[in-house]
Write a protein that binds this ligand. Sequence first.
Ligand code: HEC
Ligand code: HEC
Length: 495
Amino acid sequence: MYKRLGFSVLSALVLAACGSNGGGNVAGGGSGEFLQPGGAAANQTPTVSAIGSQSAPIGHDFALDLSSFFSDADGDALTYTVSFSPDNGDFTVQNGVITGRTAVQGSTTVSVSASDGTASVSDSFIINSDFQQTAIQQAFAGAIDISALADYETIEVPDYIQAPNQVANPVTDAGATLGRVLFYDAALSVDDTVSCSVCHRQSHGFSDPGAVSTGVEGGQTGRHSMRLINTIFSDETAFFWDERAANLEAQVTQPIRDHNEHGFSGQNGRPGFADLTTKLEAIDYYQELFAFVYGTPEVTEERMQSALAQFVNSIVSFDSRFDEGRAQVTDPFFPFPNFTADENEGKNIYMSGPEDDGAGCRRCHADPEFSVFADSGHIGVFGVAGDPTATDFTNVKSPSLRELFKPGGATNGPFMHDGSMTTMREILDHYDAIPVPADPVVRDEFMASIDPQLVQMGQVERLNLTDVEKDQIEAFLRTLTGQNVYTDPKWSDPF
Ligand code: HEC
Ligand code: HEC
């Protein structure tokens, strides 16, 4: 809605039919009194007191009643003909009142002609659409200019990718810009030390190098942080390792309410979410940003959810060597011309099922999105970080397998919900021969909830991969890394 497609055209809005006299030809003057045939008093031409420039701040409702400027000495009803230049549809006129709201910085010239049916008078004035962004400029100099927003809403989607599924809350430049500020703002934590970016670092594929993450006052998360890559293209629409958040909007304020993460839990003497919205409403740049995005400075959980989800959904990666190769073939099973022999062989093993001597990875992490299969069960990783005796069989989601590695080759690990695996070889060894727990009670629970695709005739499948094959799969997974996601300033810290 903030992108103006096409060019503005000067269009005239005629509000009421002009009288059959075809008025408007009596030019301004009209001062001389003379008698019309039949002796009736001459018509008085309408008059106008200069309207002067008006201001319609970006994102704010504007209204101007023309009857406070135009009058007619005879008391004739006035009809207005109004044109806007440029006319992008932001301003309209009805019953002599101009209303509208714009998201575009600039000025609109408004030409008004008021007719009493016989004579008319005209005036023109300018509506300046600017925005109060003093506090924004002060806080984010060089990073955010709301009259020249970064482009978030144009998400370049390769044609082999299916449509985004999060259409209910589409990414907008304004919403994602607010989301970016919220994402990087430590004011969103009870002691002003923790922002989303503490645990979701751009330099680390929007994950955390620690097995678990540290939130406010040393609080630890129960699981490993997840990479936030291509969430908008995920086959699985629920969020978290155990999929307990029904959608991204529901997810993004949960860390804020989490006692150990941002701390606005309302528990053990900690403030609750309402205290956070009050806190943010007192911050000048949020007053400007919320007014800019939503028309009023009010901070609500729903507005924060929408903006944060838009920012997270804007983080996309399609500049990997995989994408480069995929664009050159008609079928993903064909060898990619830009791949080495090992990468192509690794792709083959990844894509093929165990019945074809493959590793069957594609059953759950299908190309080209590499998000997790929506109905996946667990994969035999059931540890609980920090508690070697506890078990957790609820983890059935994985982040997209894109960006497992940084462009330089280091991992964005550790991996898995408990952060228990640090190398790709460890992961491949796990899938090759998934260990079954010895304790009969744990084993029953394990077998009851493991993904059925990993069980063949009552036994957990064995892939029998060779070392060479494991290296080839790893070589292939390394092709799923792009560059831009680590460096694009629109996803970086604006503070
Ligand atoms: C203290 C560390 C920490 C902070 C702060 C934090 N996260 Fe997370 N994030 C995690 C962990 C850990 C998980 C996985 C938790 C789980 O599954 O139980 C996670 C999971 C997520 C997911 C789910 C991804 C998926 O694919 O399912 C999203 C989205 C997310 N975080 C966004 C955010 C946003 C937005 C914020 C800020 C409002 C935030 N996180 C703050 C640690 C953190
Ligand atoms: C039955 C579905 C399934 C199959 C088959 C499968 N995975 Fe997974 N994968 C998952 C799930 C679910 C997780 C998350 C597990 C957890 O953390 O407990 C995961 C996690 C991962 C992770 C860690 C992701 C991260 O961000 O920490 C990698 C890497 C991975 N899988 C690679 C592979 C490879 C390579 C194969 C083929 C050898 C494969 N997977 C086969 C479902 C599957």
